[in-house]
Design a protein around this ligand. Structure first.
Ligand code: SF4
Length: 388
């Protein structure tokens, strides 16, 4: 299967008054076309920093210090991969929400309370598709399908200009003048119509009525569906879901995960990168999984291998600490606490909590070693752990 996204040795630090927080230390993951990849680990392990680094939305005092983020959305031409870390900010703005979309944990923070649902779903589409929409409206004006009366010459000029460069300063000025704001109306109408279609695709029956409502009129599960609709507005190839179901109750969570799976099966999106700390969600939905601990990638495997034959001591401890109805006695925990990443432990970052740690673990960083069949582990004592 062709690779869609690949990070190579991604390093991100945050420069705080306490010192530099080494949030990501050479993180290398890859996601194939058509795959659902889960990134798991406890809070603060660097899952969200990884995806924010991929999208280049790390905020100050965070800095992406090194590595590559290769994005290849044309599976037929893998040689046309682009390194997102060297693209201009303008090019990244075009890419975000268009070719890669992201949904966040908190739908209330993602939705604007003073805009209707229709306006919010339409906004993303209008931002990315102004050029093609302008061309279509210009053709309609020229063929007489749409008329703007005495403003026609001016608005024809505006659409011609927008079909060449939708961010032209003259157009921005026009959109601020109350009378001339009407030049954007046909575009907005078309985008809202499209929003109804997108919301219907998500299995919501009263979409035409829903687009006129405001976020405060909706339940938590419905808000998260709308956030997904916004993310899907431009048919992205990759959808990143950052703890997108963590705040929802289990029934709604199951519906949202089913929806993501269904969208992938219907090819509305090619691949999903799921960030979660919930191993149950991973087992249900992912094809492959990466386990992170304190800014490093410990283990990558397909979901069956990871759950049936985990090799890294951290992965094993994490799986052991999942509550099970059939097991009596005290719940196993991982002793110790997550290290302060201003001064991460030397060698393997897990060594202060690892029962198998030896001298070499305290001195040398283990490298990710390929065990075959896409199973990779970063540990100095792999041989002793296999088949244990
Ligand atoms: Fe434990 Fe050593 Fe492996 Fe790290 S490298 S996980 S400390 S055994």
């Amino acid at each position: 299967m062709a690779k869609l996204l690949e990070t190579k040795n991604l390093v991100t630090n945050f420069y705080t008054y306490e010192g530099s927080v080494k949030a990501l230390d050479n993180v290398s993951i890859s996601i194939d076309h058509g795959e659902t990849f889960g990134l798991v680990g406890e809070s603060g392990c660097g899952k969200s920093v990884t995806v924010r680094s991929v999208m280049r939305i790390i905020q100050s005092p965070g800095v992406i210090e090194g590595g590559e983020v290769l994005y290849c959305d044309d599976a037929e031409h893998p040689e046309q991969c682009e390194d997102l870390l060297i693209k201009s900010e303008e090019a990244m703005r075009e890419l975000r929400g268009d070719r890669i979309s992201m949904i966040f944990q908190e739908p209330n923070a993602a939705l604007n309370p003073v805009l209707t649902i229709g306006e919010q779903v339409a906004e993303s589409y209008m931002f990315h598709r102004q050029r093609s929409m302008s061309r279509q409206i210009l053709a309609d004006v020229e063929s007489g399908k749409i008329s703007f009366g005495i403003f026609s010459p001016l608005l024809k000029w505006a659409y011609r200009r927008a079909s060449e460069n939708p961010r032209a300063p003259a157009l921005r000025l026009m959109s601020k003048l109350p009378l001339l704001k009407l030049w954007g109306r046909p575009m907005r109408r078309e985008a809202v119509n499209r929003s109804v279609g997108i919301i219907e695709r998500l299995g919501i029956s009263n979409a035409a009525e829903l687009v006129t409502r405001y976020p405060h009129n909706l339940s938590g599960g419905m808000k998260q569906r709308i956030v997904i609709a916004i993310a899907l507005a431009c048919n992205p190839t990759l959808l990143i879901a950052d703890e997108a179901t963590s705040n929802l109750d289990v029934t709604i969570q199951a519906q949202i995960l089913e929806l993501l799976q269904d969208l992938k099966e219907r090819r509305a999106i090619s691949s999903v990168l799921l960030i979660t700390h919930d191993l149950g969600v991973v087992a249900e939905t992912c094809d492959r999984v990466g386990v992170m601990y304190a800014g490093i990638l410990c283990e990558v495997a397909d979901v069956k291998t990871l759950f049936n034959n985990p090799v890294h001591p951290y992965t094993r401890a994490l799986l052991n600490s999942v509550p099970r109805f059939c097991v009596e006695g005290e719940l196993a925990t991982i002793e110790g606490s997550v290290p302060n990443l201003v001064h991460p432990p030397a060698g393997c970052r897990f060594h202060p909590r690892c029962k198998a740690a030896s001298d070499i673990c305290k001195q040398e960083k283990p490298k990710l070693v390929d065990l075959g069949n896409g199973h990779s582990v970063a540990c100095h004592h792999i041989d002793e752990k296999i088949g244990e």
